[in-house]
Write a protein that binds this ligand. Structure first.
Ligand code: FMN
Ligand code: SF4
Length: 394
């Protein structure tokens, strides 16, 4: 596992961003985040400045800042590293967001399996209260009151989806809501709420500290900045890495000791499986987007084992609210098992592809919309492995 000491994030001076933010108006703080071009680091890639601006524009006696630390995507572990190595940067970013949108309460929705981090995080929060970085009139700023508490998740992947997360926070079953309304208007307890990823808050602190131009000096025009990646699978050096957005897959593989890979799954189980012939493509919102999970497959891997494993996960994790996802994942999983047994005809494989495409447009939330991605990309890109399994008579 690589260490994170040689990253840019490690060089950010603690609370310099918050101090800089409090010297400026709320609108200017949002302007800096918007100018940086940062898109949310949780996967969906929504521009952070736009989200904050929408929440800031809503009049309400109460607003919330929620940090999405559910980190349930298979192959993702960078938020755990950020929270254990730099919790201050995350809490600082939440405080900057609270100032920007006019919130007085922050909640960290922490993955159930990360209970061991709670003591360290609580100590960090208390230290911040003692140092006037949380609580009343933060850093002497009259009227700016904000505090943060931690809420434990209970292990459902779908609770990482922001509206299911809010349902769960409210004590209901973690099921996604219909959108609109969006959380920036009607979120936790019906109040304007921004939900951002752990890494997004950490970079927000860095941007306020070092400036929007500094952030934009990394990455591409459409995908600015640096990004943390969780790298696992068939590589010599798995771990968490910081790379500029726009890095090619082959450059990344060289850095992590993954030369010789036959495929890379970008974006976790719900992402896309990219074959070696496309390793020149870039990891960026304009090409292949990701929340940061990179799973590398060596030449010995059977891609049908890979997709079976992912679909078992989605079948378990579907909340069951809508038919395309509840039934679709089960049908895809059955189909992959038929393929493995040599019992799937070409005609049925085409039906499965149509089913996957239907799920992408008809499922209610991102889970069911993205769960067929791996299946569809493996059928498209690994035809030699698939076709060899179709019976000649079928
Ligand atoms: C099934 C599902 C699981 C998700 N899990 C997470 C998660 O663990 N962490 C996260 O930050 N975003 C997750 N998201 C994305 C969130 O809905 C939301 O887009 C994100 O928290 C917004 O933060 P950002 O704009 O800073 O990326 C998930 C989405 C879906 C559909
Ligand atoms: S897509 Fe799946 S997880 Fe999302 S609402 Fe439908 S059943 Fe639930």
């Amino acid at each position: 596992m690589s260490t994170m000491n040689d990253t840019m994030l490690a060089t950010i001076e603690a609370d310099a961003g918050l101090k800089a933010a409090l010297q400026q108006s709320r609108i200017d703080v949002i302007g800096i985040i918007r100018d940086s071009g940062m898109k949310g680091r949780g996967g969906a890639g929504f521009p952070t400045g736009v989200k904050w601006n929408l929440a800031a524009g809503v009049h309400s006696d109460k607003k919330y800042v929620v940090c999405n630390a559910d980190e349930g995507e298979p192959g993702t572990f960078k938020d755990r590293v950020i929270m254990s190595d730099w919790p201050d940067l995350v809490f600082e970013g939440m405080t900057i967001a609270a100032y920007a949108i006019g919130a007085d309460e922050g909640i960290v929705y922490l993955r159930g399996e990360y209970t061991y981090l709670v003591k360290q995080l609580e100590e960090c929060l208390q230290k911040r209260r003692d140092n006037g970085l949380l609580g009343h009139s933060i850093q002497g700023k009259e009227g700016f009151n904000f505090d943060i508490h931690i809420h434990m998740g209970s292990g459902a992947y779908v609770c990482g989806e922001e509206t299911a997360l809010i349902e769960s926070l409210e004590g209901q079953r973690g099921e996604p809501r219909n959108r609109p309304p969006f959380p920036v208007n009607t979120g936790f307890k019906g109040r304007p709420t921004i939900v951002n990823n752990v890494e997004t808050f950490a970079w927000a602190s860095a941007i306020l500290s070092k400036g929007a131009d500094w952030f934009k000096s990394f990455g591409t025009d459409k995908s600015t900045g640096l990004k943390l990646f969780s790298v696992s699978g068939d590589v010599a050096r798995p771990g968490v890495y910081e790379f500029p957005m726009g890095i090619t897959i082959s450059e990344l593989l060289n850095q992590v000791g993954g030369e010789g890979a036959k495929a890379v799954q970008i974006g976790g189980a719900s992402g896309h499986c990219v074959p070696a012939s496309q390793f020149g493509r870039t990891i960026a919102y304009e090409d292949i987007a990701t929340g940061g999970s990179i799973i590398v497959f060596g030449p010995e891997r059977d891609m049908l084992d890979v997709v079976e494993n992912f679909l078992e996960f989605f079948q378990d994790e579907s909340c069951g609210q809508c038919t395309p996802c509840r039934i679709g994942n089960t049908k895809l999983l059955d189909g992959v098992r038929m393929l493995k047994r040599g019992e799937c005809s070409m005609k049925y494989l085409r039906e499965l592809v149509k089913l996957g495409q239907t799920m992408q447009i008809a499922a209610k939330c991102g889970l069911g919309q993205s769960s067929p991605n791996a299946f569809l990309s493996i059928v498209e890109n690994f035809q030699n492995e698939i076709m060899g399994r179709i019976p000649a008579s079928a």
